[in-house]
Design a protein around this ligand. Structure first.
Ligand code: GTP
Ligand code: MG
Length: 302
């Protein structure tokens, strides 16, 4: 293969408080729906990379779980994964909800970022929701605290500023060969992405604590090369009452979850999908080492 001296590639971690819009931004940069998004905090549980080609650069954008004060073991593992994502990358992109930059969560992240020495850029997100004066105050406040290389003002949802950011990232990553084949969109397997897309429906369709009490795994995947792929997944909840809620009256809720998830998976794969969902109860699934393996998380000790 001939040398390609003008090529660049690097990993960029999207880090920030829960709900800041990291996953929305990943999808916007990727131009495809990979990472799951909801208005509930702590939607992302795993580190998940989207791979974008921008000119002669390959950007490996690592979406991470939101950083917050963790309580249960699973939360601690998620926050650890987020920090590890930030530490392993060439550049960290701190995503901040511009309306909430003064919050405690952002302050804790800023404090830890100040201690670590790494390349850092700032994306003030949700500018569609804040007034110009408060946006400038946020930019000034965070610039003083962190001295990022650049500050971007974006709306990940509407796409404002996203192309600018992408162009800058393409220049900011180091020179070197690409890290993945050029047509690869993610480092995660199709099975993992499919489980995530079903989990997104739990966040969108169930209320209050239920999404946090559930996890999804892909058990079976048939028809690797066929037009139609048959997928079987398990939704695990912690208590029998939760199983009833997920299933709903006459199975209506589960049907709605399955239909929407199948559509999302089909859109990602570009193939037809026949999805079967099975709901099981497993108390303390969030303590089970298998759960951590499935999520690609390290299980923290007591
Ligand atoms: N108005 C507005 N809403 C946004 C924007 N970006 C994201 N959101 C919304 O903010 C909510 C959270 O978005 P996510 O992308 O899931 O946020 P996240 O940072 O990945 O959250 P966690 O995975 O929970 O840490 C969703 O309801 C998004 O639609 C934006 O630019 N403007
Ligand atoms: Mg997320």
């Amino acid at each position: 293969m001939s040398a390609q001296p003008d090529r660049r590639a690097g990993t960029i971690a999207l880090i920030g408080a829960p709900n800041a819009g990291k996953s929305t931004l990943l999808n916007a940069l990727l131009g495809a729906k990979l990472a799951i998004v909801s208005d509930k905090p702590q939607t992302s549980r795993r580190r998940l990379a989207g791979i974008v080609v921008a000119g002669t650069s390959q950007l490996v954008l690592v979406d991470t779980p939101g950083i917050f004060a963790p309580r249960r073991r699973l939360d601690r593992a998620m926050v650890e994964a987020a920090w590890r994502g930030a530490e392993d990358c060439d550049l960290a992109l701190l995503v901040v909800d511009a309306a909430r930059w003064k919050g405690e969560e952002t302050a804790a992240i800023v404090a830890r970022l100040e201690r670590g020495r790494r390349r850092l850029a700032l994306a003030l997100n949700k500018i569609d929701q804040v007034k110009r004066e408060s946006l400038l105050a946020a930019a000034a406040g965070l610039h003083a605290a962190l001295a990022p290389e650049r500050v971007f003002m974006i709306s990940a949802l509407k796409g404002d500023g996203v192309e600018d950011l992408k162009r800058w990232l393409a220049e900011a990553v180091p020179s070197g060969p690409w890290l993945y084949p050029e047509d690869q969109l993610s480092d995660a397997s199709e099975r993992v992405i499919a489980a995530e897309l079903t989990r997104e429906q739990l966040y969108l369709q169930l209320r209050q604590e239920l999404p946090y009490a559930a996890t999804v795994t892909t058990e079976q995947w048939l028809g690797e090369e066929a037009k139609l792929v048959r997928i079987r997944q398990t939704v695990t909840v912690a208590r029998p009452g939760q199983k009833g809620i997920v299933i709903g009256a006459k199975g209506a809720r589960l049907k709605a979850i399955r239909t929407a998830a199948a559509d999302a998976i089909a859109a990602w794969l570009g193939r037809r999908v026949d999805l079967t969902l099975h709901v099981r109860v497993r108390e303390a699934w969030d303590e089970d080492p298998e759960t951590y393996r499935d999520l690609g998380l390290d299980r923290p000790p007591d």
